[in-house]
Design a protein around this ligand. Structure first.
Ligand code: ADP
Length: 166
């Protein structure tokens, strides 16, 4: 059974991330989506547990997907969970530049036990990021083009409480 780890912040999970999850699901037997806690990212919108719950509700009917959270390095999380590789999504040259160094570091710190597989974002999602979603949402706009309805609903509750909002 081939298991892979898809690590990230997922604050929140977007349709771009979901596209990478779909691609990984069609290639591997199990995909572990890992919400990793990055101490450098202080101003988060959702707590790690809220992010895990959102991803779990989106994929509640897909038994190939498991969702976890961890403070550990992605290579350690991959090894702890017997994953054959880390999956990352590539939008363009900026992601590529970052991922090429990250995959090398991850190989070295895991004694060449953990490899990285990059999957390409569909053109529709090439310019989509969690930070862009948060910016547009904070301008009071509907972001259902970019995130699952479950995520948009939770963003509204988080920002405005349970008031009757559009
Ligand atoms: P990070 O903490 O590295 O910013 P993210 O949570 O934003 O991680 O994203 C996790 C992974 O998903 C990364 O590999 C990132 O490049 C990828 N990703 C983010 N947005 C998209 C998108 N729109 N399409 C494809 N991949 C994406």
């Amino acid at each position: 059974m081939t298991k892979v780890l898809y690590p990230g912040s997922f604050d929140p999970i977007t349709k771009g991330h979901m596209n990478v999850v779909d691609q990984a699901c069609s290639l591997f037997d199990e995909v572990i989506v890992a919400v990793l806690i990055n101490p450098n990212k202080k101003n988060t919108f959702f707590t790690p547990d809220e992010r895990v719950k959102l991803i779990e509700s989106i994929y509640k009917n897909n038994n190939k997907i498991k969702v976890i959270t961890s403070c550990n390095a992605s290579v350690d999380v991959a090894l702890e969970n017997n994953c054959v590789a880390i999956v990352r999504g590539l939008r363009g040259i900026t992601d590529f530049d970052y991922e090429i160094s990250m995959q090398q570091v991850n190989k070295e710190i895991s004694d060449y036990k953990v490899n990285t597989i990059c999957l390409f974002a569909d053109p529709n999602y090439q310019f989509l990021s969690s930070s862009m979603v948060k910016e547009v949402f904070n301008l009071g706009k509907d972001v259902t083009k970019y995130v699952d309805d479950i995520v948009f609903e939770k963003m509204k509750v988080k920002k405005y409480g349970n008031k009757n909002i559009r």
